[in-house]
Design a protein around this ligand. Structure first.
Ligand code: NAD
Length: 519
């Protein structure tokens, strides 16, 4: 049987066998794998930085702060909380099930596929991985072929640190990924463009595999005259210039009045000169564009408006300088396609309401940025604009708060991760109601059986109805019910094999199981 399997079938089969063995259900195993992942980042900082520099000319500061440290901090966060996260939950019951108990177990999905994009090639593959491990899954990791040096580094290091059966890396481009997607996974976590997101979702549909899609799009930024322009411009330009604008939540374009635009551009000129000097291309602090094809795409955008800062392009050196465009048309390519480069167009609007209308007339953004000192205006944006995540008076930072779920909505994606949200994403919450043979509960419950009657139907309907206080019409029932409850508690105090005791033992055993001592 095994000889007849294709390579990808074997990869998935191996992971499935490992999952079925139950080893990932043991929380001490999960913790040990998370610690090994942390060690991998700590011991291989130089190798990762080298690969990121090769792929994107990523400066060390960006590689450390926006990739490796973020991953290490996420692992610290998970390791400190995993014992709490894995505990089965219980919920209140309704009147009909008042003598019963509920439990919600946290089940891993099984074998999950994680596909990353090239722009943050370490983080986008391995941040979801930590959530998958914490939740007890096995994972196949598929890094982007576009950032090939980082993909090779991941493929080389993961087998040295993680369990080889549970966690495997598969490299390759479109044809390999197309084959891989034919396999049956229990969950697919994809990061990349909305176009490929649709291909991934189509493939997932074959087996009704649940998916998280972390996609992109245009992330708008609104700024008004009330801000401290020096601070605001620095924050905005930093968000546009890191990774040369190839950041899914980079501010894509600015919406503001003409007066604010003039102040913004003057300040931006001053700040860019201070950061990168007269010749930004020679600055060690700016990344390169990932490929010549993307440089060509970005160069086209420069025709869509008036370049007031930058506009320097060199295809061979994969270079586009930090650029600001004004006088752009809303129908132009730069205002309709995701820019994903260091070009910032400014669109003039007459009021915040015009800005809201402009945003809401387009696809739902992954990120929204509002720069204002009028906090009532923030409320209006929050109320009226659907978006994935938002930072007010700064950019990018909402993605750095572990407990803020990160993800898009509509065309910018579905599902979310980071911190506890990563654990939840890779967890199926398995519900269970445990009943017993209590006579009073059965006296109420047996009114559901035939022969049906109007009286029984009305009684059961009122019992099942969600209400905070019983009405007087129900008083006789409530009294009878109350007496029943009192007597049942009295009986259950005495009776052996009490359900409550059983439940306590069951929850205790479940906690014991997932808290096996570390080996
Ligand atoms: P990419 O080219 O690296 O593709 C992403 C993944 O899809 C890769 O693993 C790749 O191998 C695979 N892939 C590409 N084409 C495929 C095909 N035809 N069939 C099957 N698999 C295929 O990355 P990209 O799509 O250029 O990424 C850029 C986009 O990703 C932007 O839109 C950006 O906003 C978005 N993005 C989103 C996030 C987020 O967290 N929401 C993060 C980073 C990037």
């Amino acid at each position: 049987m095994a000889e007849k399997m294709t390579h990808y079938e074997q990869v998935v089969h191996k992971a499935r066998e490992a999952f079925m063995s139950g080893k990932t259900k043991d929380v001490s195993f999960r913790k040990q794998q998370l610690k090994a992942l942390k060690l991998m980042y700590e011991e291989n900082e130089a190798a990762f930085c080298k690969a990121l520099a090769k792929d994107l000319n990523k400066p060390k500061q960006e590689s450390i702060l926006l990739e490796l440290n973020l991953l290490i901090d996420d692992l610290r966060h998970s390791l400190a909380r995993i014992d709490e996260w894995v505990k089965p939950e219980t919920t209140p019951t309704n009147i009909v099930t008042i003598f019963d108990k509920t439990l919600i177990f946290h089940d891993p999905y099984g074998v999950v596929l994680i596909m990353g994009a090239w722009n943050y090639p370490v983080q986008l593959c391995l941040l979801p991985l930590s959530g998958a491990i914490a939740a007890g899954n096995c994972a196949i990791i598929k890094p982007s072929e576009v950032s090939s040096a980082t993909a090779e580094t991941i493929a080389e290091l993961i087998p040295k640190y993680l369990d080889n059966e549970c966690f495997q890396v598969v490299c390759g481009g479109v044809s390999e990924t197309t084959e891989l997607l034919k396999q049956r996974f229990d969950y697919i976590f994809y990061t990349g463009s909305p176009q490929v997101g649709k291909i991934v979702r189509d493939a997932a549909n074959k087996y009704l595999t649940p998916t998280t899609l972390e996609l992109g799009g245009k992330s708008p930024l609104y700024i008004d005259e009330s801000v401290d322009m020096d601070i605001a411009v620095r924050r905005i330009l930093w968000g546009k210039c890191i990774n040369a604008g190839q950041t899914c939540i980079a501010p894509d374009y600015v919406l503001c009045s003409k007066q604010v635009q003039n102040k913004f551009v003057d300040k931006a000129r001053e700040v860019l000169q201070e950061w990168y000097g007269d010749d930004p291309k020679s600055s060690p602090d700016l990344c390169r564009i990932v490929s010549e094809k993307h440089v060509e795409r970005l160069a086209e955008y420069l025709k869509d408006g008036k370049v007031v800062i930058g506009g320097d392009v060199n295809k061979e050196e994969k270079w586009v300088s930090p650029t600001i465009l004004v006088d752009v048309s809303p129908k132009s390519k730069v205002m309709t396609e995701e820019i994903f480069g260091p070009i910032l167009p400014i669109m003039n609007v007459d009021s915040p309401y015009d800005a809201i209308k402009f945003i809401n007339d387009r696809e739902r953004p992954l990120a929204l940025y509002i720069f204002t000192n009028h906090y009532d205006l923030v409320d209006i944006f929050m109320e009226q604009v659907p978006y994935g995540g938002c930072t007010v008076n700064d950019v990018i930072f909402h993605a750095a708060v572990h407990d803020l779920p990160f993800g898009g909505v509509g065309n910018s994606g579905m599902g979310c991760y980071h911190g506890k949200a990563s654990y939840d994403t890779f967890t199926h919450r398995k519900s269970c109601l445990v009943r017993n043979y209590n006579k009073i509960a059965d006296a109420i419950g047996k009114k559901r059986y035939p022969p049906y009657s109007e009286k029984n139907m009305n009684f059961l309907a009122s019992m099942l109805k969600e209400h905070s206080l019983p009405s007087f019409r129900m008083l006789p029932y409530v009294i009878a019910f109350g007496l029943g409850v009192v007597s049942v508690f009295a009986v259950s105090k005495i009776a052996k094999g009490d359900l409550r005791e059983w439940m306590n033992r069951r929850v205790g055993a479940a906690i014991e199981l997932i808290r096996k001592p570390q080996t």
